[in-house]
Design a protein around this ligand. Sequence first.
Ligand code: C5P
Length: 236
Amino acid sequence: SRTAAVIPAAGRGVRLGPGAPKALRALSGTPMLVHAVRALAASRAVSLVVVVAPPDGAAEVKTLLADHALPERTDFLVVPGGATRQESVKLGLDALPPGVDIVLVHDAARPLVPVDTVDGVIEAVRDGARAVVPALPLADTVKEVEPGAPGEPEPVVATPERARLRAVQTPQGFDRATLVRAHEADVVGEGATDDAGLVERLGEPVVLVPGHEEAFKVTRPLDLVLAEAVLARRRA
Ligand code: C5P
């Protein structure tokens, strides 16, 4: 069995503030995407990493990967992405060669995921799960709202029981055929903010494994401070 990782990295990163596409911004001097690629390639099971670059940035991303040390035993491919995360993942899946039967999808925006989390996801797929998601309990209570006009107070609709909620991370791991089927089934373009969500719509089971605090998503400026603190602690 061969395992590949698809890394969608085509987002603009608007919430992070003005600047380069998020995946290309530096964390402790190294682009976030390079951290993410290294984090996935750190797993001995991952033999191919497909990076989905900003639509006009594939050449730049190829140069970036060539300029940074990456494991010799791993193959790398770069393809241009799309307008949404889901489209970008689909373009990455289309680029997978025959022989790959397990696919991980990992956000470039989660550059610090530990290799044990990656291996845990792969192991669960190897053990027979068709869709595997790393997840953590929530610290915050979550409210469902009726979204209103910007600046207007939003009425609360419900408070889901926190103990039954999980915050999900990546890499999410899949049997390749199941993930391809899930993406192809979304012809209406309903969209989903994660890949497992598409698999759920097929009616296929999705299972959770423990996530990791360091797999957090770099979204807002404070996340950059946290990410650099984690890197500094690792180097200490
Ligand atoms: O926007 P969000 O934080 O959900 O993005 C998650 C991941 O999807 C990021 O790594 C981002 O680069 C990627 N993405 C993409 N193509 C898009 C939008 C987001 O590859 N059009």
